[in-house]
Design a protein around this ligand. Sequence first.
Ligand code: NAD
Length: 297
Amino acid sequence: MAQTIAFIGLGNMGSGMAANLAKAGYAVRAFDLSADALVRAGSDGCAVAGSAADAVSGADAVVTMLPAGKHVEAVYNGEVFGAAKPGALFMDCSTIDVVTARKVVEAAIAKGFAMVDAPVSGGIAAAAGGTLTFMVGGEADAFAQAEPILAHMGKAVIHAGGAGAGQAAKICNNMLLGISMIGTCEAFALSQKLGLDPQVFFDISSKASGQCWSMTSYCPVPGPVPAAPSNRDYEGGFAAALMLKDLKLAMEAAAAANAATPMGAQAEALYQTFSNLGGAAKDFSGIIKMLDGSWRA
Ligand code: NAD
């Protein structure tokens, strides 16, 4: 008989992920606070549950894809722990702070469940297309159980270490991404002021030592990378608000660990300013407009 999976949190990311589990043959019981999200899950092949506890009851595994740590704590402490069957496997795929991630995994283990933190890299298109990268924290046994399920939603599932290690990998990666995007934007803005054609600068730098993902996949100037959000007025892609969220999580973790992250702090301040100026919903590469002085909300 197909494994039953409860899926809680059917937003931009969770809706596509739940649909991929249903497509893979799992019996998916979906719950979200939003009625619209439930209708969509129903049409994507999931059974709609009336509450998180209802979705979880009798399920072999639970996947959560929620906005932040407080939602994850509330859902697990308030509903999942009380309703899940003994030995059930929990996978929290939300991006949350490392401290809360560890606390929830430890509480799950103490109650006899298996749990991993499994945040993702990749946006809404990767969630819908089943091409996410999962960074997983937790015990080896829990990882072994989670891996085949996560593999139906992603192209890579990597064991990062113990509880919270998935979240640690995610925020370190995204801190680097935020810093590299700002550096890429500064370089393009300066090169233009110095009279270089953006395509020419791209052709040189993308083959020289300045090459990075922010340049070759999400080039902040339109033209050189046709699929990049810069060609669509910075619509779609990875919202600056989400980059800011991840940078705040990284700075919180850095403070707790006494790590020096001055460039991460600058990136947080710049994305905060960009968001305050009305850029929150734009792709994070749109910050080039603030840096070159052409931003209009
Ligand atoms: P979203 O806001 O679109 O979806 C979150 C969903 O959770 C909403 O539908 C909301 O109704 C639901 N929800 C909130 N509290 C709930 C509760 N108590 N019970 C049931 N449902 C509840 O967010 P998203 O873009 O899907 O992101 C989800 C997570 O994935 C976040 O942690 C985000 O940081 C992370 N993430 C997002 C992206 C992206 O590109 N959107 C990329 C990587 C990681």
